[in-house]
Design a protein around this ligand. Structure first.
Ligand code: NAD
Length: 494
């Protein structure tokens, strides 16, 4: 952003350039292998399917590696390895011993944090400052937190007769927080004494595979965690496998429903963490500048590829003009571009397919008659990019107000009274998260109690902590991850 200052008499005005110089993070300490196999029974093995797929850097479209695509026989081998490890080793390992492994994994993650952060950004497109400051530290925190519970399960659930592990857990995760979602799934499962077959998302398998190396480095017994890479078919084969006792899925509502149908009547335990369309509600007494920061964080963090993103801004009519004006000015300062640059705020869209979906929904918003604003910014020529976008004049019936866009696109709606805000906020098939901005604690408590959302943030947004349960209502799924509630999902407490 260049600016001119008034010249001293007789001298030309100086031009000041306020933009940051490029500050790219080095990548030479990250060793990406040409080809990756599957982690089964403690060994890296070639897929029996004989099939591989390419994984790319979405910011450059460069191929990073070739990754094994697990077929049904591979999934079967992984489930059998998990069962053998459960029966012979893990179910006989004391809580205190399991804790030692989890602490070890957490510490190795911290030691190798830079490697993980850079690889996460290369494979997923998220800004390095997010993978460095959010994804990796939170992933380590999840292992630390659950390590603490592993030898205290008897005390965690007062009244329950001796918590027992469920057996083999099948875990399927999405591409928006690849390492963090793996940590959310693995840490409670292992702390509770289960063994696991994990399936990372097809566009972002690399940090889960690096985590597989860390598990070996931590000398986790073979077969306790198995990693099978592949796309939807691999996931479908895994969740349907009769040798699985528990399924934990994070992903789209559509696939979540399909899994629920597959599992009906099977007796397998199931938790689903699905999509969202969160309302971020700003009342007229809110601290407006703080709220603007919270709105920006709520929707542009991780390019809006966040299930709990504050994608519907509900603002009280009397402050709407002021707030939207400030929001647009703040949006113009967001730096969009090279995710490996330490100053980047908004990185690359995760995949071509996701970019197509965002573009289609944004076009529908324009066709419906909403007013669109995008700050001017230069986008790189290669890779998948979308400018931070805000829609005003949005009606509740528009697709952009109803469907999950999963991109950097905000829809602004207004309301007159808190009751109307609650009614609009709850007018969605989803129920994952919500935000409330106000000066008054009583208003926070009143609204939080009436919002049908698993998480309600007050005067903040997108805060995560391993001690705090996270999960949804309605089409956002069921079950909780994090805290004691998350641990309970991996235990038989009857
Ligand atoms: P997706 O449902 O297409 O894929 C998620 C995972 O499921 C991937 O690993 C995929 O390979 C696998 N999969 C696809 N079809 C399958 C099938 N039939 N059976 C089993 N597994 C299958 O979703 P996505 O596009 O990867 O992720 C985006 C979605 O995830 C968004 O809707 C978002 O809201 C949701 N999400 C939710 C949370 C949460 O905690 N609630 C967190 C992150 C993402």
């Amino acid at each position: 952003m260049a600016d001119e200052i008034t010249a001293a008499p007789g001298r030309a005005p100086a031009r000041l350039d306020w933009s940051y110089a490029p500050a790219p993070e080095a990548t030479d300490h990250v060793k990406v292998r040409e080809s990756y196999g599957l982690l089964i029974g403690g060994k890296w093995v070639a897929p029996l399917s004989g099939s591989h797929f390419k994984t790319i850097n979405p910011a450059t479209e460069e191929v990073l590696a070739s990754v094994a695509e697990a077929g049904e026989e591979d999934v079967d081998a992984a489930v059998k390895a998990a069962r053998a490890a459960y029966t012979k080793t893990w179910s006989k390992t004391s809580g205190a011993e399991r804790a030692k492994y989890l602490y070890r994994i957490a510490r190795v993650l911290q030691e190798r944090a830079r490697e993980f952060a850079v690889l996460e950004t290369m494979n997923g497109g998220k800004p390095i400052k997010e993978s460095r400051d959010v994804d990796v530290p939170l992933a380590a925190a999840h292992f630390f937190y659950h390590a603490g519970w592993a030898d205290k399960l008897d005390y965690a659930f007062p009244g329950a007769p001796g918590p027992r592990p469920l057996g083999v857990a099948a875990q399927v995760i999405p591409w928006n927080f690849p390492l963090l979602m793996a940590a959310w799934k693995l840490a409670p499962a292992l702390a509770a004494g289960n063994t696991v077959v994990l399936k990372p998302a097809e566009t972002t398998p690399l940090t889960a595979l690096l985590l597989g190396e860390v598990l070996q480095q931590a000398e986790l017994p073979p077969g306790v965690v198995n990693i099978v890479t592949g796309a939807g078919q691999t996931g479908a084969a895994l969740v349907a496998h009769p040798g699985v006792d528990k399924v934990a899925f994070t992903g789209s509502t559509e696939v979540g429903k399909a899994i629920q149908r597959t599992l009906a009547g099977s007796g397998k335990r199931l938790t689903l963490e699905l999509g969202g369309k969160a309302a971020n509600i700003v009342l007229d007494d809110a601290p407006v500048d703080q709220a603007v920061e919270g709105i920006i964080n709520g929707i542009y963090f991780n390019q809006g590829h966040v299930c709990c993103a504050g994608s519907r801004l509900l603002v009280q009519e009397s402050i709407a003009e002021l707030l939207v004006g400030k929001l647009k000015r703040r949006m113009a300062t967001l730096r969009v571009g090279d995710p490996l640059d330490k100053n980047t705020d908004v990185g690359a869209i995760n995949s071509r397919a996701q970019l197509d979906r965002i573009e289609e929904l944004v076009a529908s918003g324009e066709a419906d008659g909403a007013e669109v604003y995008q700050p001017p910014c230069d986008l790189p020529e290669r890779g998948f990019w979308f400018r931070p976008t805000v829609f005003t004049g949005v009606a509740q019936s528009y697709r952009i107000a109803q469907e999950e866009i999963f991109g950097p696109v905000l829809s602004v709606l207004t309301f007159r009274t808190p009751d109307e805000a609650v009614e609009k906020a709850n007018n969605t098939p989803y129920g994952l998260s919500a935000g409330v901005w106000t000066d008054k604690g009583s208003r926070i408590l009143d609204l939080a109690g009436r919002l049908r959302a698993g998480v309600v943030w007050a005067n903040t947004f997108n805060r995560f902590d391993p001690t705090s349960p996270f999960g949804g209502y309605k089409e956002s799924g069921f079950g909780r991850e994090g805290g004691r509630h998350g641990l309970a999902a991996y235990l038989d407490l009857t």
